[in-house]
Design a protein around this ligand. Structure first.
Ligand code: HEM
Length: 293
């Protein structure tokens, strides 16, 4: 059951839920998948509709836009159309990403961690060896697909029934970062692009974001990049000069390097065997069938 706080929330939620089938049909070319789940009953793949999960997701959408009915409708249309066109499920579960990207992304899941810090994406951006190679000459588009893929795999591990595990946490580790060559225009544009995608199309998915091993001399970059970020998201950010302080916030982060309780390294904690949801798999199979035909 969705936990309504008052009658207005319930009313807006019920209105949106009622109108969703026609909105999805008229404005989203029938694309009804959000965070791996089917939002409305009936139609293609109707056996995968789970009303309770759909209700929690519709509630998330309403909450993200402060239960403003018109805004919730408009943004939901944008989100579903973006998902239909960008195909984040494919980025998460089908596409092979360049090894140079995969090396810097880790996904961990520990049910024993604090609420909504059980699923964590770690972005080891300080370890990027060649930033020109990573962001220039069309690589930026591939990088974005890799980064969204990591996001999707993380989302897939969340449990939308569980208040303690329905948001994810993200960590940026800037250990060994060198800004000798500064932040070039391509890199800045790519970062801005990703930040905008997260803000516009991943509502109510982030619980907290930690920036660790940030050298004091690079604090200006934080000011530069948070200009792209809305206040609601910024309030979830924590900057730590040293990685070893992270254990205070995330109990089972690795003891070595992050000051937590886990004896396992990040690499050992990395979850790589993640399957899409049943509905996600169904949609991906349908796409491959269409490609073959
Ligand atoms: C080698 C240098 C760096 C690289 C390659 C890099 C990479 C990135 C990327 C790809 C993003 C997009 C969001 C994401 O992936 O979650 C991002 C966001 C961000 N970065 Fe960095 N970054 C660098 C340096 C820094 C430094 C030194 C800081 C200082 C704290 C910083 C603070 C931020 C902030 C505040 C955001 C916005 C986060 C969000 O809206 O989710 N970055 N960075």
């Amino acid at each position: 059951m969705v936990p309504f706080n008052n009658d207005t929330e319930k009313k807006v939620f019920n209105n949106i839920k009622k109108q969703l089938p026609s909105i999805i049909h008229d404005k989203c070319q029938d694309y009804d998948e959000f965070y791996g789940h089917k939002l409305i009953p009936g139609g293609n793949g109707e056996q995968f509709y789970n009303e309770d999960i759909a209700d929690h997701l519709i509630y998330k959408l309403c909450k993200a836009y402060q239960f403003n009915e018109t805004e919730t409708k408009t943004k939901t249309i944008h989100i579903l159309n973006w998902r239909r066109e960008f195909n984040p499920l494919s980025a998460g579960f089908m596409e092979q990403h360049d090894e140079m990207f995969e090396k810097i992304g880790i996904l961990t899941e520990d049910r024993d961690n604090e609420p909504n810090k059980k699923v964590i994406t770690w972005n080891l951006y300080g370890q990027i060896e060649d930033r020109t190679k990573m962001f220039a000459n069309g690589q930026d588009k591939k990088f974005i697909r890799y980064r969204i893929g990591l996001m999707e795999r993380g989302i897939n591990l969340l449990d939308f029934h569980d208040d303690n595990n329905c948001y994810m946490t993200q960590i940026h580790d800037y250990k060994n970062v060198s800004m000798i060559f500064g932040m070039n225009a391509e890199m800045k544009a790519c970062i801005k692009n990703i930040v905008t995608i997260f803000q516009d199309y991943y509502p109510e998915s982030l619980y907290a974001k930690y920036f660790v091993n940030v050298p004091t001399v690079l604090a200006w970059i934080y000011d530069l990049l948070t200009k792209f970020v809305d206040k609601h998201t910024r309030d979830k950010f924590v900057v730590l000069s040293s990685g070893s302080k992270l254990g205070k916030y995330i109990k089972n982060s690795p003891a070595v390097g992050y000051g937590g309780k886990s004896k396992q390294s990040l690499k050992e904690q990395n979850k790589t065997d993640i399957r899409p949801t049943e509905y996600g798999l169904f949609l991906l199979q349908q796409q491959s069938n269409e490609e073959v035909e």
